[in-house]
Ligand binder design. Structure first.
Ligand SMILES: N[C@@H](CCC(=O)NCCCC(=O)O)C(=O)O
Length: 253
């Protein structure tokens, strides 16, 4: 692999039914942040794990980014009973990200997990999720506001405290930082081997890292991709991820 070529980063697709077809797609906000701020080339991976060996992708990329989504990890994956409060689901996405997360960590591929991706990371480590957290006593409403303008929906909403001495602190500084918030689920039981890197005022786990990871491995509940070109901490996260991907590419040779 030439070190002059930009790294490739695998981005798992969501599955959507639209205009009589089944689409495998990813929002361009993540793709633009990867290209413009991390300096890498995003490669959308179709959620079709039964159709190909994931090694065909992971042998050729230098990082993985798992995106947010309005869909939720199926509760059966963490021992919870499905109900309407856990919907909508995207089981093909679940299957793909489960494989991407496990394999990327095994290989030491840099991993950035955002929102749903952060929740998938927790489940991959045996953790659990809680749903409709705004209904719990003492919890904030972390859901997106209803607004036609995405810039309003992704406006920063609350502060998060940064865990001193952790990976996130090394990237964004001691904090606190202000983040946006577009989720109704959150980490309940923290997965074994994950470290809390940031917390909301109501105790919601807002960022995690993988203890002893071979490379960059960070999950964030908020959306740094949306303001990655203008917001300092958001840009720092994507720049650090891009640097880790370049390091992986160079080591791969
Ligand atoms: N569905 C999960 C994860 C939330 C998430 O990834 N949100 C991304 C943006 C979705 C939108 O545009 O509304 C949860 O709700 O916790």
């Amino acid at each position: 692999m030439s070190t002059s070529l930009p790294p490739l980063v695998a981005v798992p697709a969501d599955v959507r039914d639209f205009q009589n077809y089944r689409w495998h797609a990813s929002p361009d906000t993540y793709l633009k942040a990867l290209a413009r701020v991390a300096g890498v080339v995003p490669v959308i991976v179709p959620a079709m794990t039964s159709e190909f060996d994931i090694a065909a992708i992971l042998d050729r990329v230098d990082g993985v980014l798992t995106t947010g989504s309005a869909s939720n990890v199926h509760p059966a994956r963490y021992g919870a009973e499905p109900s309407p409060s856990y919907e909508p689901f995207d089981p093909d996405r679940d299957d793909l990200t489960d494989r991407l997360i496990a394999e990327s960590l095994n290989r030491g591929l840099p991993l950035l997990a955002i929102c749903r991706g952060h929740q998938e990371l927790n489940v991959a480590f045996g953790g659990t999720l809680e749903t409709e957290i705004q209904e719990f006593d003492g919890r904030m409403d972390h859901r997106a506001i209803t607004h036609e303008d995405q810039r309003e929906r992704y406006a920063t909403r609350h502060e998060v405290a940064i865990t001193p001495g952790g990976l996130l602190a090394s990237i964004v500084g001691p904090g606190p930082i202000r983040v946006n918030s577009l989720h109704r689920q959150a980490i309940d039981r923290l997965g074994d081997g994950l470290r809390v890197e940031a917390s909301a005022p109501d105790g919601t786990v807002e960022a995690v890292s993988v203890a002893g990871a071979k490379s960059f491995a960070l999950g964030v509940q908020w959306h740094p991709e949306f303001w990655a070109e203008t917001d300092g901490p958001s840009a720092a996260i994507f720049e650090a991820f891009g640097e880790a991907c370049r390091g992986y590419r160079d080591r791969r040779g």
